[in-house]
Design a protein around this ligand. Structure first.
Ligand SMILES: [Zn+2]
Length: 191
């Protein structure tokens, strides 16, 4: 079924859906696990608690899975808005810049703004319940970086928020930059 609007220049056939996996993705994953492992060990040192490398590695792997989940939901946020406008995603890329999708170009003005913002917004929404898990813990324990660092849900939630907000920065090819470009286009059309 052709769901593409008339405005699109070209629409590749259904078979043109690609999943591209590059070795860089494995390197990024391993690096992330190592970074979070170090963070856990460091937090353990600060707290004066006995931590082992194995504990830290388990914790880090859990965080990275939840961060990936947030990034996946972010990308699906873009895809959902695009799909509602009859656009298809043509590619999923797992490489050294992480996980990304390629969607057919060509949404003008406000729909493009909505599509750009949908990713970070969905990621923020996914992050909130992760952060909220901290409040399921003993309320007599004060909320500090140290207590937070021990909950991988909380750290994953905070990481997802940082990633979502960073994507909203007005850098040209990032979500924030594309949303701004869409806004300018919409405004110049309406004036
Ligand atoms: Zn995005």
């Amino acid at each position: 079924m052709d769901r593409n609007g008339g405005a699109l220049v070209s629409s590749p056939p259904e078979a043109d859906f690609e999943v591209v996996v590059r070795p860089g993705f494995a390197v990024v994953l391993a690096s992330l696990v190592l970074v979070y492992t170090g963070l856990y060990l460091f937090a353990g040192q600060l707290a004066g608690e006995a931590t082992t490398f194995a504990m830290a590695l388990n914790w880090a792997a859990g965080v990275v899975v939840l961060v990936l989940l947030g990034i996946l939901m972010h990308e699906l946020g873009h895809v959902a808005v695009a799909a509602a406008r009859g656009q298809r995603w043509t590619r999923v890329i797992l490489d050294r810049s992480g996980l990304g999708v390629v969607i057919q170009p060509g949404l003008p003005g406000w729909p493009s703004v909505l599509r750009s913002l949908a990713g970070p917004v969905v990621q923020l929404v996914v992050a909130l319940p992760m952060l909220a898990t901290l409040y399921l813990e003993d309320p007599s324990v004060p909320l500090t970086l140290r207590t937070g660092a021990h909950s991988f849900w909380w750290v994953a939630g905070a990481s997802n928020i940082v990633i979502a907000l960073a994507n909203l920065l007005p850098v040209r090819s990032w979500d924030g930059g594309q949303a701004l470009a869409g806004m300018r286009e919409a405004r110049s059309k309406s004036s």
